[in-house]
Structures are given as structure tokens and as C-alpha cells.
Design a binder for this molecule. Structure first.
Ligand code: 5AD
Ligand code: SF4
Length: 491
């Protein structure tokens, strides 16, 4: 009884908060309106995203609120309002933000109306906020990851204040989702299914800046996807730091595989992707659901991080090299046309060249379709930061050795698709050659082919004619041939 009562009060709180934010959007709109009168044109805004898919989705929410308040979106950082949605997973992401801020300051000197805001993961780090307060005083607004839904309110405060507005929360239980969103693509969208992370891998700052794991209710997720489908979205990506642990902390627990089965039933959605899977939580049930599905894409991003059990243990990853290998083998056996991609870190404290050999060996055995390789970055406050670090030269040498093998393997895997006819979702006109379209296969491979712009947002069969390492060129076929020659695995 009490639990139901709590749920109702929580729901009422969310409704109330949404109402408040819509009120602030109107209020911010008044300030934007008077700015427009002063400028004699509609004020412009620019949202710059650093980092992962979760940030990209958050940026769509920021853009939705800015548009709602009356700004015109542009990609030009000369805009009247610029917001950096930051990442802090590796130190070079932080350095990029500082570098770009210098440039924004020179633009601000030329445009006295210009406002600059910073939000996202880096702002959850007290040392970064201190540095901005002392050395980048021209920044007008700073907020973190937990209060992004309050953006309209913070925007209003910014207009009303002469000083930098700073609003950082340690954590929150609130999930307020029904505010306007400005999607980058009309035909595909990310959907948050959970926030935060409980895994505390010893190198990783995410649990500290994104807080504890919280799953959204399946009802809210389904409702959001139904609305997206009604709005023309055909491909969705379910987002979470570790989607395989979805639903554990719900009042009525459910598994990620069960959620996928529900999402599959939504009419209009033709492709389902998800990110990221932690190997320790990937269940047989999930493999089965993927295998049975016509909609779930043939792609699994399964971060390895290291192929050495000794290092995996120090990383607190909770699986061994052998467990990873047998999981990957099982997935490839059950779903032969699947692409497996991964993340690998080189130079974790204590890593020796033999450990890198072990990683390279796993790369060869699994034959990853693609791998993102990172040099270990020391993040203050994480357990690995106080372990003995590997000298830079040794890290570089290991990194180069690994990269070579990763590239060879990926090319080999890609070449296996030569001559096949597979379905591609047409994502846009090719950036280099306007006569070509760019599409994405179910397995996440990119293909370029001739075609008319009307095809954007449609799923078309494409014959893969030439492999160029990480992408293909091909030719689109008329829809009638769909599936006849190859038995296209899924949509
Ligand atoms: N240094 C280097 N790479 C890291 N990642 C996470 N934290 C660090 C770090 N401190 C990588 C992991 C993760 C990906 C998103 O970023 O490989 O899977
Ligand atoms: Fe970071 Fe590990 Fe959580 Fe991924 S699972 S976000 S690497 S702590």
C-alpha cells in the first residue's frame, strides 16, 4: 500500500515539476523575445556535444528547450547562446573544452549579448568547476547531469543574474522526461532507459558524475517510443551505461530482455539498437530474444577493456578472459550474422607488454568487427588513480601494437560481407559527395550508394559492391528484390 502511495506522490511530483518547467520556458521566452527586439532578428543558439550517445540525447533535450524558448538553432559557435554539453571520461575531453572556451571568449568580446553555458559530466567534478570559476569567468551558466530537466529555469535565472549561475546536484531520484526534444534525425532517436552506473570499474569516473543506477519505468519508455513511432521514427536506440542490468531496481523488477520483447511490439518501429552491454550481465535470455527478433539489429557493443584476467580483476570488471571468450563464442554461434564491437583500454596501471599480448590474442580470437581503443587516462578520485602508473613510452608501444591488429581484424570481418544484399537505413546525403547517399546496415556498417534524397529515412536493400575497410560502396536495389537473394536477416 505504502509503495503504491509513494509511486503516486512521486508521479505527482514529476507532473508538478513539468508544469514548473513549462512556466519557466515561457518566462525564458519573454527574455528571448526582448533580446530579439533589441537585435532586430531571432536570437541564435548552438548546442555542442562532447562524448557519448547519452550526451547526444541530452543535447536534443537542451535544443528542444532552447527552441521552445524562441531561439533559432544553428551549428555556428558564433551564436548568441552557446552551450557545451561536456564529457569527462578521459582527460583529453576536458582539455578540449578548455581550449574551445578560449575561442568562445574571443567571440563574446565581439558580441556583448552572447551567453555561454556549460553542463554535463565535467561539471560534476568540483575541481573543473573551481577552475572555470577562477579562470573562465565569462561563463554565464554552469549545471551538471542531474538537473538537466531544469534547464528552462536555469536559463531564466541566467537572464536575471549578472553573475555566473551555478547549479550542481550530487544526485537525484527525479526523472522528468516529457519536456520538448529537438531530434537531430527525424527517423531515428535515442531513448534513455536508465541513468547512472553502479559498477565502479576502477578506472572510470562515470559512477561519480552520473550517480547511482536508476531505471525508468517500462510504461514511460513504451509511451515515449510509441510517440516517436507516431512521429515517423523507424529506428530507436535504447540507452544506458549498462543496459543488461535494466529493471533491477524497479518496484516490479523486470529484465532487459523482457523490456526488449515489449518494445518489439510497437508498430512502426523497424529497428531496435541498444548501448552499452556489460559482459558480466549479458544473459542467455537476451541472446535468445535477439536471435528470435526481426527488429533487433545485428550488432552488440560489448566492451572488453582488457584481455588479461589479472588486469580485468584490477579493473573490477568481474569477468575473466575465458568468460569473455566463451560469451563471445556463444553469441557468434547463436547469431552468426552479428557484428561484435568493443572498447579496449591500454596502459591501465600495472599492465605489462604480456598483458597487452593477452588482449591482442582475444582480439584475434573474437575477431571484433570494430574496436575503440583508448589510452588509459588517470581520473582523480577513482581507485586506479592511486595505483602505480605505466610509463608513457610503454603505453604507446602497446597501443600501437594493438591498434594494428584491431584494424586488420576489422577489415577482414568487413570483407566477408562483399557481394551480399543487405538492408540499409538511409541516414542522409554523403558529406563528401552529394551524389551519394549514406546508409547504415543492421550490423552498424556504413554503406554509400547512388540514390535520391527522397530515400532518406527509408530502409532499402543495397548490394555491397566494394569494401573500403570500414565502409562499403554499393548500389540500391528496387524494393521488390527485398530478401530474395540472401534472405535478409532483419530490418
Ligand atoms: N581511461 C581511458 N578510457 C576510459 N574509458 C572509461 N574510462 C576511461 C579512462 N579512465 C573508456 C572505456 C569505456 C569507454 C566509454 O571509455 O573503454 O568503455
Ligand atoms: Fe564506467 Fe564500468 Fe560503469 Fe561502464 S560499467 S560506465 S566503464 S563504471
Amino acid at each position: 500500500m505504502n509503495r503504491i502511495k509513494n509511486q503516486i506522490t512521486e508521479k505527482m511530483g514529476v507532473q508538478e515539476e513539468m508544469g514548473r518547467q513549462l512556466y519557466f520556458m515561457e518566462k525564458a521566452g519573454k527574455y528571448v523575445e526582448s533580446l530579439a527586439a533589441e537585435l532586430g532578428r531571432k536570437p541564435t543558439c548552438c548546442v555542442t556535444t562532447f562524448g557519448c550517445q547519452m550526451n547526444a540525447r541530452d543535447s536534443e533535450k537542451l535544443a528542444g528547450i532552447l527552441e521552445g524558448a524562441g531561439y533559432e538553432l544553428t551549428e555556428d559557435e558564433g551564436a548568441d547562446f552557446v552551450i557545451f554539453n561536456t564529457c569527462t571520461v578521459r582527460d583529453n575531453a576536458n582539455q578540449r573544452v578548455y581550449g574551445r572556451l578560449g575561442h568562445l571568449n574571443s567571440l563574446k568580446k565581439k558580441n556583448p549579448h552572447k551567453k555561454i553555458a556549460l553542463c554535463g559530466c565535467m561539471m560534476q567534478e568540483p575541481s573543473a568547476v573551481e577552475k572555470i570559476k577562477s579562470s573562465y569567468r565569462f561563463v554565464d551558466l554552469i549545471f551538471g547531469t542531474h538537473n538537466i530537466y531544469k534547464f528552462a529555469e536555469l536559463l531564466t535565472l541566467m537572464f536575471e543574474s549578472d553573475e555566473t549561475v551555478i547549479d550542481i546536484w550530487e544526485d537525484t531520484d527525479q526523472i522528468v522526461e516529457d519536456l520538448p526534444v529537438e531530434r537531430k534525425y527525424p527517423f531515428k532517436s535515442g531513448i534513455n532507459i536508465m541513468f547512472g552506473c553502479n559498477n565502479f570499474c576502477s578506472y572510470c569516473i562515470v559512477p561519480y558524475v552520473r550517480g547511482r543506477e536508476r531505471s525508468r519505468s517500462p510504461r514511460d519508455i513504451i509511451r515515449e517510443i510509441e510517440a516517436l513511432a507516431a512521429d515517423g521514427v523507424v529506428e530507436i536506440m535504447l540507452l544506458g551505461q549498462n543496459v543488461n542490468s535494466y529493471g533491477r531496481n524497479l518496484d516490479e523488477p523486470m529484465t532487459f530482455a523482457q523490456l526488449l520483447r515489449e518494445v518489439e511490439k510497437i508498430k512502426g518501429i523497424q529497428r531496435i539498437r541498444f548501448m552499452t552491454s556489460h559482459p558480466k550481465d549479458l544473459s542467455d535470455e537476451l541472446i535468445q530474444v535477439m536471435k528470435d527478433s526481426k527488429k533487433i539489429c545485428r550488432h552488440l557493443h560489448l566492451p572488453l577493456q582488457s584481455g588479461s584476467t589479472r588486469i580485468l580483476e584490477r579493473m573490477n570488471r568481474k569477468y575473466t578472459r575465458e568468460q569473455y571468450l566463451s560469451l563471445a563464442e556463444k553469441i557468434r554461434r547463436e547469431i552468426p550474422d552479428i557484428a561484435i564491437t568493443t572498447d579496449i583500454i591500454v596502459g591501465f596501471p600495472g599492465e605489462t607488454p604480456q598483458d597487452v599480448d593477452d588482449t591482442i590474442d582475444v582480439v584475434r580470437r573474437v575477431s571484433f568487427d570494430n574496436a575503440f581503443t583508448f589510452i588509459y587516462s588517470r581520473r582523480t578520485g577513482t581507485p586506479a588513480a592511486s595505483m602505480e602508473q605505466v610509463p608513457e613510452g610503454i603505453v604507446r608501444e602497446g597501443f600501437d601494437r594493438l591498434l594494428k591488429v584491431v584494424q586488420e581484424t576489422a577489415k577482414e570481418r568487413a570483407s566477408l560481407l562483399n557481394g551480399q544484399i543487405l538492408e540499409a537505413l538511409v541516414e542522409g546525403v554523403n558529406e563528401q559527395d552529394p551524389d551519394l547517399l549514406t546508409g547504415r546496415l543492421s550490423n552498424n556498417m556504413i554503406v554509400h550508394f547512388e540514390g535520391k534524397e527522397e530515400l532518406i529515412g527509408k530502409i532499402v536493400p543495397v548490394r555491397l559492391a566494394a569494401c573500403h575497410g570500414f565502409y562499403y560502396t554499393g548500389e540500391a536495389l528496387p524494393k521488390e528484390q527485398d530478401g530474395k537473394e540472401t534472405g535478409i536477416p532483419n530490418g
